[in-house]
Design a protein around this ligand. Sequence first.
Ligand code: MG
Length: 220
Amino acid sequence: MVKLMFEGSDLELSPSKIVCLLRTYAAHAGELSNDLPDRPRFFLKPPSALLKNGGIVRIPEGVATLHHEVELAVVIGKGGRYIREEDSHHHIKAYTVMLDLTSRDIQNEAREKGLPWAEAKGYDTFAPIGPEAVPSGAMDPGGRRIWLKVNGEIRQEGNTDQLLFPVDMMISEISRVMTLEPDDIIMTGTPAGVGPLVDGDVVEAGIDGIAPLKITVRSK
Ligand code: MG
């Protein structure tokens, strides 16, 4: 469970799952030499990976390359299955900012060997979130600058207008496969500029209109 600021009080989230979109920004797919998906494609992160704002990300033993990915995240309010794209907006409770931390070395090995990404994406602390959840009625997620700084230096910068698929389509497509429950989180993918994090790094990440997230990286 994590707590976010929401309309002046605490929003406690206990998601049943975190669904993460991949290759939704062409510039990021290109920097990792990946083809663009034909439709929204996704994987899961366990809720045990959540880390609250201000927390410490631990680089796990055996992880050689920890990469940052800043992402716009959607918090589901009303659950559903087979949600139509035109109804998706009724199911969104709020927007927030998250990091999809990734062990790139383990992910690359998994890709080569045809293994799942659960290990590369699922370690504890690999899903920092918050501090703020902005009510869906209070912001349009389109046309927002999305950025990430490491030790004060800008590393990732993009705009949510560059998303290959609208958020409404993502929700519809995910709910065709699995029931979305209240509190579930959808991470919408990362813009270009992903790169390594090392012991002592301070990471700040934000999306215009949402309070920025800040975490510290430790190797022990
Ligand atoms: Mg990602």
